[in-house]
Design a protein around this ligand. Structure first.
Ligand SMILES: [Zn+2]
Length: 314
């Protein structure tokens, strides 16, 4: 048993329940929001977020791990208010996307580490919200600056015990590059989720990730490219058949609001990209293909709990 930090305060891991391991409340370009405050209606956005999180709760989602990096507009106060308004338990992230933010380019890596450690130990700015997970990313390939961010993330992880969940570009097998850096930093790979693994159609690649001891985040359900929902589900079935249910997590990488698209376009073109797609559509598909209730429970409840129960720094 362990206690972790969420947007609305500490939570016993026994209370995590059905957990989506890679979602977003908001994904927004911070520079754009700064330049165009007139286009940002916080009240309307909060109402929308609360509505979408309530829908997810009504479908059976108890906990959501928000993995928005600082440089994609992580907004801890907004996440806290959306969690409080909806009753959704949300783990708040710290960490950076695959480009090192310009703020840190000319500063020592210790400052990157310190920024993440402060978010986790003391809280994010003056919000009173403490981060509970570390996000990092590699796309399209590992480069020098990216490696600096990954090494800093590994150090913040070891200093705080907060798990690492990544973004990858599986076409270039960047999950294995991340694993190489994490191993070099002495990271226990059983506390790492290699995200977007379901974008891959290469089961050998996924078995290498699992073989190294990490989790495969099958976390883009609903995005129909580069793989459809049926193809993503099929890969989960194959992995479960090979005995890997203990190393898989499920999620959508969806958002209450993302400013990368014109409003309404994503909802119209890919209606499956929503927080309830796994419960409503994917789990029935898995059952039909013979995946047991025990395996479904393992991937959606047991594994998230195990990942968050390893809270010791080392
Ligand atoms: Zn994401």
């Amino acid at each position: 048993m362990a206690t972790i930090q969420t947007a609305t305060g500490p939570l016993d891991t026994a209370e995590l329940g059905f957990t989506l391991m890679h979602e977003h409340v908001l994904v927004t370009d911070p520079a754009y929001r700064f330049q165009h405050p007139e286009r940002w209606d916080r009240e309307a956005q909060l109402e929308n977020a609360v509505r979408r999180l309530r829908e997810a709760r009504a479908a059976g989602v108890r906990t959501m791990v928000d993995l928005t990096p600082i440089d994609l507009g992580r907004d801890a106060a907004f996440i806290r208010d959306a969690a409080a308004g909806s009753g959704m338990q949300i783990v708040v992230p710290t960490g950076f996307y695959y480009q090192i933010p310009f703020h840190y380019v000319g500063r020592p890596s210790e400052q990157l580490v310190a920024a993440m450690v402060t978010d986790i130990r003391d809280g994010i700015g003056n919000t009173g919200v403490r981060a509970g997970v570390i996000k990092c990313a590699t796309e399209p390939a590992m480069h020098r600056m990216n490696e600096r961010v990954l090494r800093a993330s590994a150090r913040a992880h070891r200093e705080t015990g907060a798990p690492i969940c990544t973004h990858t570009f599986p076409e270039n097998r960047t999950g294995l590059e991340q694993i190489r850096v994490f191993k070099d930093e002495g990271v226990d790979l059983g506390r790492v989720v290699i995200g977007h693994s379901d974008d891959s159609n290469d089961i050998g690649y996924l078995e290498s990730i699992i073989g190294a001891g990490a989790y495969c985040g099958m976390d883009r359900f609903g995005i129909q490219r580069p793989r459809t929902t049926a193809e993503r589900a099929e890969m989960v079935v194959r992995l479960v058949e090979r005995g890997y249910a203990e190393r898989i997590t499920l999620s959508h990488d969806a958002s209450c609001y993302i400013d990368f698209f014109t409003e309404g376009v994503a909802e119209e073109r890919i209606p499956e990209w929503r927080f309830t797609h796994i419960i409503e559509d994917v789990i029935p598909m898995l059952r039909e293909r013979g995946v047991s209730e025990a395996a479904i429970q393992q991937m959606t409840v047991g594994n998230p709990r195990r990942i968050f129960e390893q809270t010791e720094p080392y």
